[in-house]
Every structure is written in C-alpha cells, then in structure tokens.
Design a protein around this ligand. Sequence first.
Ligand SMILES: O=C(O)[C@H](O)[C@@H](O)[C@H](O)[C@H](O)COP(=O)(O)O
Length: 263
Amino acid sequence: MAKQANLYSFSTVDALAPALRAYVISCQEAGITRHGVFKVAVSGGSLPKTLAQALLAPPTSETDTVKWDKWEIFFADERAVALDHPDSNYGLLKSELLDKLQLPEGVKPPTVHTIDTEVLDDTQELADRYEQTLVRSFASRDSVKLPIFDLLLLGCGPDGHTCSLFPGHELLREMNAWVAPIDDSPKPPPRRITLTLPVVTHAVKVAFVATGGGKKEIMKEIFEQGKGLPCALVNEGTGERCSWFVDNAAVEGVSYPRRPFSL
Ligand SMILES: O=C(O)[C@H](O)[C@@H](O)[C@H](O)[C@H](O)COP(=O)(O)O
C-alpha cells in the first residue's frame, strides 16, 4: 500500500512551532544541497503567524539556522490586490515575518516573488505573469514540465480548501497551467491566483499547518473520508511527502494515526 501523509499533533501551537522549524530547516538544507537555494511557497490565512513563531525563535544549536539569504519565497496563492492592501498574502507575510527579520550585517534578505500589480484588473494575466515568474526561476517551461518546489507551506480551510483550490471547483481539473486565476473564490476576496493541483502535488515536500478546534470537523472528513476535498487530493497525490502539523484541538475525534514527530 502507498505510504500515507504524516500527521503530527501537538498539545499547543507553542509546542508545534519548534517541530515546524526543524522540519522547514531540514527542507531548506535539502534544497540547498539540491540546487544551492531553498524554493518555498507559502499560503495566507493563519500560516504566516505560526511560521513566524517557528522561524523567528532563537537558534538552539549550530545547525538550527534559517539561511534567509538562500530563500526564494513564492506565494501558493495570492489575492488580486495591491501589495499594501489588508487582503494581500504578501502583506501578511511581510508584517508577520519579513519585517521582523534581524539579519546579521552583510546577510542579504530572502528573495520574495510577489505578483505583478500592474495587471490586477485581469486575473488571467496576473496568473500568466506569475507563471512566468516561476518559469524564470525553475527553468524554461519547455524543459521542465512542472516546477518542483522544495517545500510548500499550506493551510486548510474549514471547507477543505487549500491554496485557492476550493471543493468542487473546476480549477481542480486544471492539468496544464502552473498558476491559475479564480474570480469566484467562496472565501473573500473573490479574485485570486493559485498554484494548480499538479504543481502542489509535484513539490518535494508539502506541509499543512492547521490549528484550533474549528478545524476538527473538516479534518475528520479529510482524513477519514476524503470525498475529493482539495486537502485530501493533496494527501493522495503526495503520500509520505506530505506532513500535517496540527494541534490536538484540530484533530479531536479524528481516528487517523498520529506519528511522533521526527525528521
Ligand atoms: O489566501 C488564502 O486564503 C489562503 O492561502 C487559504 O488557502 C488559507 O491557507 C486557508 O483558508 C486556511 O486559512 P486559516 O489558516 O486562516 O484557517
């Protein structure tokens, strides 16, 4: 039987954060070994806050280092708004994490790939331009069928959506584009762009962060039934390459086996 997603559950977000940090750093090291940089995409929602808690903590050993200068940060999904708009995922990551980095002198900040805000009125063009950004980073679209992120850091919505891939939406069937527009997102704001499912499932590693009791019903559905929910499709498409970092409240009553966290 194919190996399944890892479910790591912690008593609190405070207990989850150090494990998430260790996991991200191990993905960073693998990325640097593979191609000299760490290519990671992040979502919006509550993720940037938890990520900041994990990554802004002081190092506990010599190898426990976030090598920011090697990071290339992309957005797993982004809202079609200006970068300083309160709905911007970039804006959220900036205020929660990027603005708080204390880089030693001479260390360059991470490279952050934002959307092209010149074309906010046209989500197809916005998606196409973001795809071109990916093409430039991941080599030409002709030579690479799909980009391979070192890590995707994702959230899980109360309806089982992830990135801006919503249950039952036609975007789940998109097999060609790397980045797609959506104009009718059920979660506001409606106009967004998102990585497509094949890109998500092609990543070296995928990590979900889901916390709080508000997630327990959907976690039951994802892990016990699946029913074509976007998060379940990611689990199926990635198997053991996928890891869930959750708190106990989010998986109360979920029968899927938890694993003790280890790298
Ligand atoms: O921009 C977005 O809306 C997100 O990328 C979205 O996919 C988010 O990750 C989930 O809705 C979970 O959000 P929470 O972590 O806040 O529940």
